[in-house]
Design a protein around this ligand. Structure first.
Ligand code: NAP
Length: 289
């Protein structure tokens, strides 16, 4: 059984990002730059934004760090996004989710210039994604595709099951697998016979948000590839995924661990999107990125 770890995949992605960022600098004198906007003091969001900034610095990308008070008005947040949309030095805009209660998250995401929408939340980019013409791809599902590609896991013609249908993970994941020619089933909380879906699936992506929800007693195919997007904490405070790793690992061909599986790929793909956004805006081909 193969452990699909993120580290070698992320390192390969970072090497590509570094080369592409260098190309942008050589051609334009400009460093691809990410602006992060953090509203409030949610500890997990603070950690996520800090890590994104640190990665930009590590790779030689620019990082602008905007921190707004938890009681900021919608108008001030809109103004911040408008200024970043208009700023020629900013290539990518990331407004850290979730926003404090009372702020309209969808309206904020709608306002981000699609060319700078490095999270791929804007309806324009989601539309391109659904047509298979996406340029900025949603980070976590794109990271899963990198794991599959790096490990030479065939997708075309395979039966893929995505458990979860969120806008951030489940739906875009299903679309990316579909565009890679898998036959895709999407399961959710109203799905009647999840075991029957698992029984016929060659690739299973779990994005449920419930600790160890998919268990070893499901009818796993022995050559199945299991990708665990979940990040949960057990009552003891330990990090765990949406699949019961220890129970399932002996029964399948390959599986991602938590932590160290999908998680690190999200930041890696955000860096890809930041450089891609810069290349798109400067008219530089980004195909190899
Ligand atoms: P979400 O928005 O809460 O969506 C969860 C999905 O799971 C929903 O579609 C829900 O169905 C489905 N679900 C709930 N109970 C189910 C059940 N009993 N059977 C089948 N499906 C069920 O969560 P999310 O944002 O997609 O995140 C999912 C997990 O991925 C979380 O653990 C999150 O922390 C993690 N995550 C990780 C990363 C990363 O960087 N690795 C990034 C994003 C998210 P309904 O639609 O019917 O309610």
């Amino acid at each position: 059984m193969l452990h699909l770890k993120a580290e070698p995949v992320a390192n390969e992605v970072y090497a590509r990002v570094t080369r592409a960022a260098q190309l942008v600098r050589e051609k334009t004198g400009h460093s691809p730059t990410l602006a992060t906007v953090l509203v409030g003091e949610d500890p997990a969001s603070q950690v996520y934004v800090r890590k994104k900034g640190e990665m930009c610095h590590k790779l030689g990308l620019g990082h602008r760090d905007y921190k707004l008070l938890p009681d900021v008005t919608q108008d001030v947040l809109f103004d911040t996004v408008r200024k970043l949309n208009a700023d020629p030095e900013v290539d990518g805009i990331l407004v850290q989710s979730p926003l404090p209660k009372g702020l309209d998250e969808a309206a904020v995401f709608d306002l981000i210039d699609p060319k700078k929408d490095v999270d791929c939340f804007s309806p324009y980019n989601v539309g391109l994604l659904s047509q298979g013409r996406g340029t900025l791809l949603p980070c976590t599902p794109a990271g899963v595709m990198e794991i599959l590609r790096h490990n030479k896991i065939d997708i075309a013609g395979k039966r893929a099951l995505v458990v979860g249908r969120s806008d951030i993970v489940g739906k875009p994941m299903a679309l990316l697998l579909l565009h890679a020619h898998a036959t895709v089933t999407v399961a959710h909380s109203k799905t009647r016979d999840l075991a029957a879906c698992v029984a016929e699936s060659d690739i299973v992506v779990a994005a449920i948000g419930r600790a160890r929800f998919l268990k070893g007693d499901l009818p796993w195919k022995k050559d199945a590839v299991v990708i665990d997007v979940g990040i949960n904490r057990t009552p003891e405070g330990k990090l765990c995924g949406d699949v019961a790793f220890d129970e399932i690992a002996p029964k399948v061909a390959a599986i991602t661990p938590v932590p160290g599986g999908v998680g690190p790929m999200t930041i890696a793909m955000l860096m890809v999107n930041t450089v891609r956004a810069a290349m798109l805006r400067k008219g530089i081909s980004y195909k190899e990125l």
